[in-house]
Design a protein around this ligand. Structure first.
Ligand code: 4NP
Length: 155
C-alpha cells in the first residue's frame, strides 16, 4: 500500500488488509510505504490510528520510504492517488514491475468499470492529512470496500 507520507492512507489500507486477510485465513505479506520520506521512522498519524482502532483493526506501523526493491517483495503495489501512481511507476525497472502498480480502489466492486487511464480521478483515495476526522472516516470506508474486492480478486 503506497501513499505520499505513509502515515495516513497507506497504513490504514495495510491495517485493513492485514486484519481482513487474517480473518478469512489468507496468508498475505502486507506492507506500506510513502513516496516521500518526510515521516520515515514515525508512527501513524494519530487521527488515522484512532479511526482504524475504533473500527476494530489492530495494526503496528512505522513509516517507510518507497524504494524500487519493494517491487521484489510484493506482487501488488496499490496506490491511493495519481501522484503516487506516477512516482511509483517511474521507479519500475521492467514492464512486469510496472504491471504490479494499480489503484487500490480499482478493486472496489462498485468501481471495476472505471478505466484508470481515462478516469483515474474516480479511483482516488483523497489525502485526509490535516483535515477533520470525517475525512479519515471517509478514507477508511473507501479502503474497506476496495480491500473486500481485492481479497475476492486474489481468492
Ligand atoms: P498520507 O497523508 O499520504 O495519506 O500519509 C499525508 C501525510 C503527510 C503529508 C502529506 C500527506 N505531508 O506532506 O507531510
Amino acid at each position: 500500500m503506497v501513499c505520499l507520507g505513509n502515515i495516513c492512507r497507506s497504513p490504514t489500507a495495510a491495517a485493513v488488509l492485514d486484519n481482513k486477510a487474517k480473518h478469512v485465513g489468507a496468508s498475505i505479506e502486507v506492507g506500506s510505504a510513502g513516496t516521500a520520506d518526510y515521516h520515515v521512522g514515525e508512527g501513524p498519524n494519530p487521527m488515522a490510528q484512532l479511526v482504524w482502532t475504533r473500527a476494530g483493526y489492530t495494526y503496528t506501523h512505522i513509516a517507510r520510504h518507497f524504494t524500487a526493491s519493494m517491487f521484489d517483495t510484493y506482487d501488488y503495489i496499490l496506490v491511493m492517488d495519481r501522484s503516487n501512481y506516477a512516482n511509483v511507476a517511474r521507479l519500475a525497472r521492467t514492464d512486469a514491475e510496472r504491471a504490479k502498480v494499480a489503484y487500490l480502489r480499482s478493486f472496489d466492486p462498485a468501481l471495476t468499470h472505471v478505466n484508470p487511464d481515462k478516469d483515474a480521478d474516480q479511483l482516488v483515495v483523497p489525502d485526509p492529512w490535516g483535515g477533520p476526522q470525517s475525512g479519515f472516516e471517509e478514507v477508511l470506508a473507501m479502503i474497506e470496500s476496495a480491500v473486500d474486492g481485492m481479497l475476492e480478486h486474489i481468492a
